[in-house]
Design a protein around this ligand. Structure first.
Ligand code: PMP
Length: 362
């Protein structure tokens, strides 16, 4: 069986050992005589799965006790609405820093329910950097402050050190494309949210990590399914959750723990990203458009400056088993998404191919 190195931005590559473990339990889960897919979400076996998933995630992210972990549906995109519906409880104002298409979508949803202050945007420069805004410019009485921690399309990120220091205003962060890739201090956030389909498992599960005092203030118009309190009070079992996705997430959390935890994966991710950025920086053909201090660890963008050559690169790479390297349709060029499941060897294979390609296309 031949597996490729899959550089897709999401849904993304999963570790072969996780897929094999799932395969070994697919038809008959631990003598239950049925698949996890066929199980009641209220069965003992499934309760054990969701509890284990939560506990292992708490452990690997060091989530403090005053935070709830919710397993929801609707993707990061539903959170763009769910957050304002639940957090606009005082001034109904929120600060946003716009660092890409996903931040913009979050802004459009929030605007429906309150006042959005866009403190800064890097759009005029194709989102190639993270704007730094002085704290004096933050809205003192905002109900929350929203950032996209890693910009999947443009390849920029906030590092743990560059996160806005919002004081008493809850910092809300979209970690869809960087959760579990590097260590974050959860206590610095009011809400962390992430779709599963990059670092956690198949699409369909959305993880929300929320400080308890932010729960229970939803606007009257909030649909029941968009009220964090409903899901928190029901341990994510208010309705039928994405059971198989939660099972896969549990296997991935176990895999992260077995690898040595998020801190160890961060080290590996830094090595992978350095290898690739160094190859780009030392090349005469490829370049990376992003401000160096804001470079993403997970999504590495690069271009030759010639669309035809970019297309040739993507096609030839595919023939070598290096797939899904085409940049997002809105920006073109190339993008290598190197999430946790991408081994160092996959990035080495890409770098080797880039050198060969450059030599052959001088
Ligand atoms: N935020 C970010 C940073 C993303 O990369 C994506 C999707 N790639 C989304 C939000 C939207 O997520 P979903 O498709 O799960 O709604």
């Amino acid at each position: 069986m031949k597996r490729v190195y899959n550089f897709s931005a999401g849904p993304s590559m999963l570790p072969q050992e996780v897929l094999e473990k799932a395969a070994s339990e697919l038809v008959n889960y631990k003598e239950a005589g049925m698949s996890v897919m066929e199980m009641s979400h209220r069965s003992k076996d499934f309760s054990d799965i969701i509890n284990d998933a939560e506990n292992i995630l708490r452990d690997i992210m060091h989530i403090p006790n005053n935070y709830k972990v919710l397993f929801l549906q609707g993707g990061g995109s539903s959170q763009f609405a769910m957050i304002p519906l639940n957090l606009f409880k005082g001034s109904k104002k929120a600060d946003f820093i716009v660092t890409g298409s996903w931040s913009k979508k979050a802004v459009s949803e929030a605007k429906k329910y309150g006042t959005v202050n866009v403190l800064a945007s890097s759009e005029e420069d194709t989102f190639s950097y993270i704007p730094k805004v002085a704290t004096d410019n933050y809205t003192a009485d905002a109900d929350y402050f929203h950032i996209t921690a890693n910009n999947t399309i443009y390849g920029t990120r906030y590092t743990a050190d560059s996160l806005p220091k919002t004081g008493d205003v809850p910092l809300v962060a979209d970690l869809s494309s960087c959760i579990l890739s590097e260590a974050y201090d959860v206590s610095k956030f009011g809400i962390i949210y992430a779709g599963a389909q990059k670092n956690i498992g198949p699409s369909g599960v959305t993880i929300v990590i929320i400080r308890e005092d932010l729960i229970g203030h939803a606007m009257d118009i909030t649909p029941t399914m968009f009220d964090y309190k409903i899901h928190a009070d029901n341990d994510s079992l208010y309705n039928t959750p994405p059971t198989y996705g939660i099972y896969m997430a549990k296997l991935m959390f176990e895999w992260v723990a077995a690898k040595g935890g998020v801190e160890k994966l961060q080290e590996i991710n830094e090595n992978k990203a350095n290898l690739l950025y160094n190859a780009i920086d030392s090349s005469e053909l490829f370049s990376n458009p992003v401000a160096k201090e804001d470079r993403s660890l997970m999504n590495v963008t690069f271009v030759t400056g010639n669309d035809e050559l970019d297309n040739k690169f993507v096609a030839e790479a595919k023939a070598k088993g290096l797939v899904n390297l085409k940049g997002h349709r809105s920006v073109g060029g190339m993008r290598a998404s190197i999430y946790n499941a991408m081994p160092y060897e996959g990035v080495e294979a890409l770098v080797t191919f880039m050198k060969d390609f450059e030599a052959n296309n001088k």
